[in-house]
Design a protein around this ligand. Sequence first.
Ligand SMILES: *Cc1c(COP(=O)(O)O)cnc(C)c1O
Length: 399
Amino acid sequence: MRYPPPSVVPLDRILPDEPLLMMGAGPVPIPAKVAQANSIVINHLGETMNRVIEQVKAMARYVFQTQSGQILGVAGPASAAMEMAVCNLVEPGTKVLAVCNGYFSRRLAEMAERCQADVVILDIANGEPARPDEIEAAIRLHRPTLLTIVQGETSNTVWNRYLPEICAIARAHECLMVVDAVCTLSTMRLDMDEWGVDALITGGQKGLSSIPGVSLLAFSEIAWKRIEGRNAPMAQWCLDARLADRFWNKNSYHYTAPVSGIMAIHEALRLICAETLPARFHRHELCSLALQRGIEAMGLELLVKEEARLNSVVGIKVPDGVSGDDVRRHMSQIHRVEISGAFGLDILRIGQMGEQCHAHTIFRTLHAFGSSLKAHGAKLDLPAGVAELERILTEGQVV
Ligand SMILES: *Cc1c(COP(=O)(O)O)cnc(C)c1O
């Protein structure tokens, strides 16, 4: 043997004594039931696992609002689910219209390009939602058979609020809709069947409040027919939906399923079903609104105008003369609350996804945020912000 073992310390000497409250753009805190489920390993095939899978699919149908027979999971980040949707629906030369609002919608475009699609990028103006008329014009001009879009662009906190109208236009032109709902699923309405979404993608670690690394997606009947009828062989083996169908729908083997992560997502979905979607949407709407108004009442400015503003992640402009990185460091070290910066924008982002979205978490976060900004030179009225938060939450009766 050439090499000795490395010298390392146990995990508890690396992890902080008191965990940080994760209020950034993901991953988000997980409920205790999800954490417990995530410690379970059983055989990935057999009766017990089959029952778990059937329930995961049934609950995912509720959360996706679909009757799709093609709910699939993937051992991988949300990006793997994005890639699975794209690479199964794209053949070399497939015309794809990639609607780009920011970083994550760009990723879908890049994935389509890597699958040798003929990709037309439609860049949406900064801070704006994609508008139905511009999408219709682009569809008429380029005649795509696939359109990729995000419901919520986590990177710059823009909400594509006209998604239902855009789906209807795409359907009228026989163009399939691939929708990334990683950040938004279960935080706001998304009716897969009613709207006509053909591939719906989500990850574990955001709206669902499960662990990162196990993701779900669903295909519509039309999308599944296209996949079954595709001519070009799939270059990807793990992401081949027809192989994944063996495990997810036929009780047989594809690859060893991420058993613990599936248990975790089972519990996350079960908690969502128990809360019900309408109650969950109300909680997100109200908590996020209260946080936004509280931030404004302190004297700060939000990045995106109200019409296009995402509820699930809030983007706040960093005041002049203040370093966003210093504020985040102060929040983590002193208040043990973690929030996010952004890719290339001078903003701070506070997540409002799933477990991040409760009265007690946003009070702690707003206080930590305001007092860290003050410590780094910002002039603001912290009590006014906290009072506004309290006022809106009390009126809306959310806990
Ligand atoms: C976080 C995020 C992703 C990527 O998720 P990973 O698990 O990091 O791959 C994709 N799309 C959106 C909208 C996201 O918010």
